[in-house]
Design a protein around this ligand. Sequence first.
Ligand code: ZN
Length: 348
Amino acid sequence: MKKDLITRLNEGPVLCAEGYLFAMERRGYLSAGAFVPEVVLEHPEVVSQLHREFIRAGSDVIQAFTYYGHREKMRLIGKEELLEPMQKNALKIAKDSREEFKDLDLLVCGDVANTNIYDPDDKKSHSECQKMFEEQVEWAKEAGVDFVVAETINWTGEMKIALKAIKDAGLIAVTNFSIKATDKTREGHTPEDACKIMEDLGADVVGLNCYRGPKMTMKFLPKIREKVSCHVAALPVPYRTTETYPGFLNQIDDGCDCIPGGNAFPVALDNLYCNRFEMAEFAKECANKKINFIGICCGAEPHHVREMSVALGRKPISYKYYPDMTRHWLHGKDKSFLKINTSMSKKY
Ligand SMILES: [Zn+2]
């Protein structure tokens, strides 16, 4: 009998690689701005390859690339008719990837996310959101996912609607808020209060994803851990966001004056990247604090994921090619290396 997410989390950390949108944008398969995952229909093989790379790097979860493949986004690009095929294809690609790695105990999850149409004062928008969430959850359920993540949502009210759609379908629900610069949800709930509200409404896992880098995410995690009794999730973006700009949507790169418009988000964040070791430290700190659903969001690449996996004491498939600088001609130690080279290693 396959263990479900909660059993897995009870036993220890579960690693979840996300960040498909940014990864696909960098590779030239979707457009920043609208950020619609058309790639799942146009180039499914590229999505499969990224799933493969994340799995090889140690991700326990294959998240179907349905993020932003929702009705509002499809309307925006005038391709609403592609909504259902896109969602179903994304789910199929994720499941096929699991089949490729039969020896691993991988979980497949679906996703619902910020609709961008939720307005607390407009009741009609609530039922529109509900419909969007319900149709996505239904497709995920049909595909037999292990759980559904509601993520990158910053209205507590919108999260409640998403959570209800997942629980009404009888599925395990992970609810991850993205917290903006005010340090609160859009209504003004602290992250720990918002998470507690979700736990009380039946969420199985509560936490944070996206917007903030590891440090600015970690800031909230101890309070959340203290406030709720269910499992906690943490999936920051791999960027060095700061107290001045806690979220990556307003990042400035002081080292560069040629970014159109001046905002490093979303396509010029390169210089603000966390390296793999910073992400590994984050993973370790989470595990020490009993935050067991650990991951990485927009910006993630497999090298980050592998180091996080290693930090959790594992040896994922791609560990085979883990760095070994003892074999480097300048910095290494092999007896065959020329002294005239290695003696220069500190001042080359
Ligand atoms: Zn993200």
